[in-house]
Design a protein around this ligand. Structure first.
Ligand code: KIV
Length: 264
């Protein structure tokens, strides 16, 4: 059954966890959907994971639409959330224009934006226009430079209070969930208890209402960074390296293709 933003929101009152992973292409999105994930996030992390950028800042609407279309074509049940890239929601009007493109052109069900009270007019505009919004607080990669890099946020009391107030405001505005990235467990726990919408943690400890990871990290592809919160559920980097080496050796030795693998 198709998962909606409302059904994600309702999970909190039912005490059900929210499961989410990123995907950027048809093949992997289909596997995630068939595995029963609640949310498939087309994260702008694709800039670093797929395109080799040093940050998510260079990722464009064109990049995001291209990959969201591929994911949208594969997914039957999960909620497809498209990450609004840097610069695509500077003003409420621009936010609405960009978000509509994800829903109309790429079959996304919702969008994700980074920031709290700083972007509240944009969030308001989207929600009033009927577009489900997922918030993202803590270590927000699009502004990592002004946050001093990819570090845990909210260790100091003052900053923790800012993140807490941002979460409460997003919740009041009606976001259907909030990603909490790289914040101390105690802060994530406090926010989770205080807001009505589910929190989805990444590097935010076990007390959030759900978890999200970057798919390629948890599958064991070597990324540019390897944060301690990533649990590796597979070592696909190694598996692929072995397969490709085997293929290369077979071709070099004339062992591939065999007679059975040839037409007669
Ligand atoms: O871009 C992304 O993949 C994300 C997740 C890390 C939450 O925003």
């Amino acid at each position: 059954m198709k998962i909606t933003a409302k059904s994600i929101r309702d999970k909190k009152s039912k005490g059900e966890k929210v499961t989410a992973l990123t995907a950027y292409d048809f093949t992997l999105a289909k596997i995630l959907d068939e595995a029963g994930l609640d949310i498939i996030l087309v994260g702008d992390s694709l800039g670093m994971v797929l395109l080799g950028y040093d940050s998510t800042v260079p990722v464009t609407m064109r990049d995001m639409l291209h990959h969201t279309k591929a994911v949208g074509a594969a997914v039957r049940n999960a909620l497809v959330v498209a990450d609004m890239p840097f610069g695509s929601y500077d003003t409420p009007e621009r936010a609405l224009r960009s978000a509509r493109r994800f829903l109309q052109e790429a079959k996304a069900d919702a969008v994700k934006v980074e920031g709290g009270r700083r972007i509240e007019e944009q969030v308001k505009m989207l929600i009033q226009s009927g577009i489900p919004v997922m918030g993202h607080l803590g270590m927000t990669p699009q502004t990592a430079s002004s946050l001093g890099g990819y570090h845990v946020q909210g260790k100091e009391a003052e900053q923790a209070e800012e993140i807490f107030e941002d979460a409460k405001r997003l919740d009041q505005l009606g976001v259907f969930s909030i990603v909490l990235e790289c914040v101390p467990s105690a802060l994530a726990d406090r926010i989770t208890r205080e807001v009505k919408c589910p929190t989805v943690g990444i590097g935010a400890g076990p007390k959030t209402d759900g978890q999200v990871l970057v798919l390629h990290d948890m599958l064991g592809f070597e990324g540019k960074v390897s944060p301690k919160f990533v649990r590796k559920y597979a070592d696909l980097g190694q598996v692929i390296r072995k397969a490709v080496t085997g293929y290369r050796d077979d071709v070099l030795k004339g062992k591939f293709p065999s007679e059975k693998e040839s037409y007669h």
